[in-house]
Design a binder for this molecule. Sequence first.
Ligand code: NAP
Length: 273
Amino acid sequence: MKYYVLSRGDQTSDELMERFHQLAAKNGMQRDDLSPDIVVSIGGDGTLLQAFHHFLDHLDHIAFVGIHTGHLGFYADWKPNELETLVELMSQSERASENKRVEYPLIEVEIHSGGQAKTYYALNECTIRGARSTLVAQLCINGGLFEMFRGDGICISTPSGSTAYNKSLGGAIVHPALEAIQIAEMASINNRVFRTLGSSILLPKHHHCEIVLMNDQPMFITVDHLPIEVNDLKSIRLRVAQQKVRFARYRPFPFWDRVKEAFIGSKHDGSPQ
Ligand code: NAP
């Protein structure tokens, strides 16, 4: 098996990366920085986002695994003290052809500016915000005007990204088995003159939405952790991407267990303290 490791770059993650290389060599795994089968990210969810964008052009034959060196992550779900077990499972499953993979949906983001269109893919979300003033834009669903949005911005997230920025905006947490995108508002202006729905919306795979700008003010756009530079932005079209991202699963760790562990914890189980 060919593998690549990306470290967050802090001392703990770098040391763990070195240890990973030693264990991998012992288990007959081959380091390959250009065309790996498995990409291991060591750090946090942010590190896995970086790994995802680094290997965006290889998604059809790569699976990701995350080891967290901080708190529990949604993409990084192996602990540092489980490193030996992970490497063993990786090499065994390769030999036995037991490659268990789960696939999560992505967002296809098509940015139209100055007569051109450019496509990006988001693992967590795409956000659009007014850089200097209120975002004023039409939100269209399947080609028809849904609402005129005025406010700080709009966040469109994947199911696996629903636990990130989307959650801070009050959006719902969505299981990644659902092929959908979620539109969440950022501080919309609502009064007798301006009106938005006020709730998050989930669009299924065969629907799309478009954010059409009503003025030429500067906007701040992000795709995951990446700021996107755009001049003369006209509109952004978003939908569930055809392509998915794959994660190698060497043991079960259900999504709702991860949500519970990250946001609720075992202290809050209702029993008297
Ligand atoms: P960052 O500001 O360094 O990290 C943002 C936090 O989001 C980190 O704690 C990160 O976890 C966590 N995170 C990333 N993906 C997640 C996911 N799918 N579920 C739950 N938590 C997640 O930025 P970054 O490391 O470059 O990551 C960019 C991401 O930050 C964006 O995609 C966006 O979702 C998120 N963000 C959130 C807010 C907000 O909640 N108000 C604002 C801006 C950006 P780790 O510590 O494990 O890396």
